[in-house]
Design a protein around this ligand. Structure first.
Ligand code: BJ8
Length: 359
């Protein structure tokens, strides 16, 4: 509200594929509109099918009921053609507020790269038209440098999970990462996350280093986990495990690759963003390689995959993830769930059973 009153530009986004550097270069802050609450879902179900991903229903429900301040204050929404549910929902959202949709290709090859570069240029032109501004390459370069600094700082924080024994809970890692996304002062965001990283490192040096731990170390993979964090991540940590790594959009997925600052800006952005290893890409082999790497780097003992109900891409890709994880000789548990609390007890029982196999 304060930003808006001071004349700021606000753009709502839903996905890691949207190159926020373009928004930053246009002087806009980006507000994540991916919803994680079950509260607006009944309203959404008056327009959307019930058997749809809760993230999509909740996000649309907030827009429909006008109860999300970030949606309310956004001038424009930038969507993307990732999964079918989201891209069709954007057509309905467009009736509530202008929703511009980037056409994401599903393949990582030369044609895909070329198409994605054109889409990024088209986004820049859309912003120029929408706000009546000019965005120069110099503006984009500056935005790339700043976002890279933030990305590195966030990655360093998340990589605290590599320390043994783990000095920080996975619950904290993922909540801090999510909430910092709503701090629109990028320099402040960097400062805060660096400060917390230093504190945790110091604590580890003084109180953990050289000791052993019986707590099993888990990797969380799959769909965004904001809406199910309490019933899965918090629960399993209270049961005695350490969630140390996240292969997800609330984790390191978007952070591992920086935008190459030596390349022409649109080529660099297209390359970086097309490499995000989300299951909407087909094929998406790089995700398997990344999970394998994480299992080693974070000394992972078991993997929990979170599938939001009706998310077909992650649900189908789970077949490959299970195979990758089991080939590493560690257990894999897939939890398919939504934002309600009705399966809380059942999930706790399954997590308990997983931890028993690890003890
Ligand atoms: S880059 S993970 S933020 S698409 S909405 S695909 S859960 S059915 S969110 Fe995502 Fe971008 Fe990928 Fe990340 Fe499934 Fe639901 Fe679709 Fe979802």
């Amino acid at each position: 509200k304060e930003l808006k009153e001071n004349g700021a530009r606000v753009v709502g986004v839903f996905c890691s594929f949207v190159p926020v550097e373009i928004l930053m270069a246009g002087g806009a802050v980006n507000a994540s509109l991916c919803a994680s609450s079950e509260q607006p879902i009944p309203a959404a179900e008056t327009k959307l099918p019930r058997n749809l991903c809760p993230l999509i229903k909740a996000s649309y429900g907030f827009a429909l009921t006008d109860t999300c301040p970030y949606f309310y204050f956004a001038d424009l929404i930038v969507g993307e053609t990732t999964c079918d549910g989201k891209k069709k929902m954007f057509e309905l959202m467009n009736e509530l507020k202008e929703t511009y949709v980037m056409q994401l290709p599903a393949q990582r090859n030369e044609r895909g790269l070329d198409l994605w570069k054109k889409e990024i240029i088209a986004l820049k032109e859309k912003l120029e038209d929408f706000y009546g501004i000019q965005i120069t390459e110099e503006d984009i370069k500056k935005a790339i440098q700043l976002k890279n600094r933030e990305r590195k700082a966030m990655l360093k924080f998340m990589e605290l999970g590599k320390l043994y024994p783990s000095p920080i809970s996975g619950y904290e890692i993922s909540t801090v990462a999510d909430s910092l996304g709503f701090n629109f002062d990028m320099e402040d965001r960097i400062r805060l996350v660096e400060k917390r990283t230093e504190e945790v490192l110091k604590d580890w040096e003084e109180n953990y280093k050289g000791k052993t731990s019986k707590r099993p170390r888990l990797l969380i993979t799959g769909c965004p986990n904001g809406g199910v964090r309490d019933k899965i991540i918090k629960t399993v940590e209270e049961m005695g495990a350490d969630v140390v790594a996240f292969d997800s959009c609330s984790g390191t997925r978007e952070k591992v690759e920086q935008v190459d600052e030596t390349m022409p800006v649109f080529d660099a952005l297209a390359k970086k963003y097309l490499n995000i290893n989300c299951s909407v890409m087909s094929p998406n082999d790089s995700r398997q390689g990344y999970i394998k790497e994480m299992i080693h780097d974070y000394q992972v003992d078991g993997v929990v995959e979170i599938i939001l109900q009706s998310c077909h891409t992650y649900n189908i890709e789970a077949h490959f993830v299970k195979r990758t994880v089991e080939a590493e000789g560690i257990p894999y548990l897939m939890i398919e769930t939504d934002y309600s609390k009705s399966d809380q007890g059942q999930i706790a029982t399954r997590l308990e059973a997983l931890l028993e196999t690890l003890s």
